[in-house]
Design a protein around this ligand. Structure first.
Ligand code: ADP
Ligand code: MG
Length: 257
């Protein structure tokens, strides 16, 4: 795959929940290695947009193409869409690792079990291979010593780092982060941002919803400001933060600082 290939291409994405239209035609392209930060007020559609990219939510209209493969959707007869090929959706979803605000670790499994579960059951790795991969990743996020601990005994920052290791264990084509630090106590935010910042330097494609504006400015190469289901403004970080054009974006930036 050439380095400049489109990793993620979203065209004209709409999402309705009943009568409520949450996304009103959002288009976005990420090339391999792009780090895109999505910012915007609460309720602007940021989570819904991320969830549509990996089909956790079904778009109402629009196309999603991941590394050249467009997800097949068909009309569901009720004004919405449904996957035309569930196997394809499962496969693509397994290639887009999602990291959630509330970590979503499996509570009945140790850290190590959380990290090896999908590589064994979805990728078909042997347990030995999966453990070797998991241990490398747990070292990387500073949790090797905690591998046999259950999530309930970890701090929020440790749980989120475990969730990031779990996401990386799938060797994903791209990573989607939905406010990965907003459930954390302030003193734990830095350790999680450090891990994500480290990943951002690795030519990994990442789309990151965050309220950490300084972090977004430092790690992202493109910023998208979502307002009321549309991209109100976008551009390189220095432009979006240093010279915002729209009044809404100016207001948003001053409100979060
Ligand atoms: P953000 O992440 O930017 O805060 P969301 O994407 O979570 O925004 O939500 C955008 C809008 O969609 C909100 O008005 C929210 O209440 C609504 N919404 C989100 N998920 C659902 C759902 N499953 N059913 C109905 N409405 C939803
Ligand atoms: Mg959200």
């Amino acid at each position: 795959m050439a380095e400049t290939a489109q990793a993620i291409q979203i065209v004209g994405l709409h999402k309705k929940f009943g009568p409520l239209e949450v996304l009103k035609g959002v288009s976005l392209s990420a090339r391999q290695g792009d780090v895109i930060a999505i910012i915007g007020g609460s309720g602007s559609g940021k989570s819904t947009f991320l969830r549509c990219i990996n089909m956790l939510e079904m778009p109402s209209a629009g196309t999603i193409t991941i590394h050249g493969e467009t997800i097949d959707m068909k009309k569901d007869g009720r004004g919405g869409m449904q996957p035309a090929n569930r196997k394809q959706v499962q496969r693509i979803r397994s290639q887009l690792a999602m990291v959630f605000q509330n970590f979503n670790l499996w509570q009945h499994m140790t850290v190590l079990q959380n990290v090896i579960e999908a590589p064994v059951h979805v990728l078909g790795l042997s347990k030995g291979e999966a453990i070797a991969r998991a241990e490398t990743l747990l070292r990387r996020v500073g949790l090797y010593e905690k591998r046999d601990i259950y999530p309930a005994f970890l701090s929020g920052g440790q749980q989120q780092r475990a969730a990031i290791a779990r996401a990386l264990a799938m060797d994903p084509l791209a990573m989607l982060f939905d406010e990965p630090t907003s459930a954390l106590d302030p003193e734990l935010v830095g350790e999680v941002l450090a891990v994500i910042g480290d990943l951002a330097k690795e030519n990994r494609t990442m789309i990151l919803v965050t309220h950490e504006m300084k972090f977004a400015r430092n790690v992202a190469n493109h910023i998208v400001f979502l307002h009321n289901g549309v991209i109100e403004e976008q551009g390189p970080p220095d432009q979006v933060f240093g010279d915002p054009k729209s009044e809404r974006l100016k207001k948003f930036i001053s409100s979060v600082h």
